[in-house]
Design a protein around this ligand. Structure first.
Ligand code: IMP
Ligand code: MG
Length: 187
């Protein structure tokens, strides 16, 4: 499949963990669930750049309600496959969330450090409600107690790419979610 996309890089794409069709079906289910839970309201969906972008653009079209959107970018100082716990804002929200029913859309809940920091910050801005939708959950790596109200899939303790998730900014355009073998050379 896409394993030769980048020539002689050290990493190679491994197994398909979740194929595009499986993802599409689950995203529709999440959209339906959110539409039911928020009926009569207009949720404010916040995408965490950049990993959640593709999930976000599919999810909002699966929600049958009037809604508004905003984007936020947070980064950690860690290496590319490891989160350091130090989080900084690269781009803040454009609009106030005071009094809004906020739904934060995240690609993957890993150590939980990014989300924990972000939720504390957002809570202090007085939203009416605050919930999280995470496409993937990797519970084996959690370092801090934090959970998402809506989770697409639980995944094993492997580094994954595709459907928005990257390794050094690559592989976001893979339609499937695949494991990545790093440093193993080409086979
Ligand atoms: P956390 O702070 O450790 O929960 O992870 C925060 C961010 O690390 C996620 O939003 C992703 O951008 C990135 N991340 C964690 N695990 C993976 C992975 O398996 N593949 C790609 N990105 C990941
Ligand atoms: Mg990332």
């Amino acid at each position: 499949m896409a394993s030769d996309w980048y020539g002689d890089l050290d990493e190679t794409i491994g197994a398909v963990l979740l194929d595009a069709q499986t993802i599409r079906k689950r995203v529709r289910e999440l959209g339906a669930e959110i539409s039911r839970d928020y009926r009569g309201r207009n949720p404010h969906l916040i995408a965490i750049l950049k990993g959640a972008c593709i999930f976000f653009s599919d999810l909002i079209r699966a929600i049958d309600l009037g809604l508004s959107t905003d984007f936020i970018s947070v980064g950690s100082y860690g290496a590319s496959t490891e989160s350091s716990g130090e989080v900084r804002f690269l781009k803040d929200l454009d609009e106030s969330i005071e009094g809004k029913d906020v739904l934060v859309v995240e690609d993957i809940l890993d150590t939980g450090l990014t989300l924990h920091y972000l939720l504390q910050n957002l809570e202090s801005r007085s939203p009416r409600s605050l919930r999280v939708v995470a496409l993937l959950n990797k519970p084996a790596r959690r370092k801090i107690e934090v959970s998402a109200h809506y989770v697409g899939f639980e995944v094993p303790d492997r580094f994954v790419v595709g459907y928005g998730l990257d390794y050094n900014q690559r592989y976001r355009n893979l339609p499937d979610i695949c494991t990545l073998n790093v440093g193993g050379g080409k086979t």
